[in-house]
Design a protein. Structure first.
Length: 108
């Protein structure tokens, strides 16, 4: 996989922008080309169809039913980031989670 387009959904916090940057760095180290856009959950419905994967900030867990429905309708996998990964801005772990979710989605 050399071209991946990820949407990182949060509540418009600045930390998601830093996490997106760290995911890009982790991808480069693995030889992957990743485009990642950090956006507020308000943009999810309009952007999900153009993405390969959606990573969701842990504090949006209460929106899971809506996110699941949008994901199923758009045929795009999603995964909630663990609090530790999100809070520590761990780009390598977030990337690994995204790649695993995509693999599971394609196999399932």
């Amino acid at each position: 996989m050399t071209d991946l387009n990820i949407l990182l959904v949060c509540s418009a916090g600045a930390s998601s922008g830093f996490l997106a940057q760290n995911i890009r760095k982790a991808a480069r180290k693995k030889g992957l080309e990743v485009t990642i856009e950090a956006k507020s959950d308000a943009f999810l419905e309009s952007l999900i169809g153009s993405k390969d994967m959606v990573l969701v900030a842990p504090h949006l867990q209460f929106e899971e039913e809506m996110i699941k429905k949008l994901s199923e309708d758009a045929k795009v996998p999603y995964a909630f980031l663990p609090r530790q990964v999100y809070g520590s801005l761990d780009g390598a772990s977030a990337l690994a989670l995204a790649l695993e979710a995509i693999k599971d989605f394609k196999e399932g």
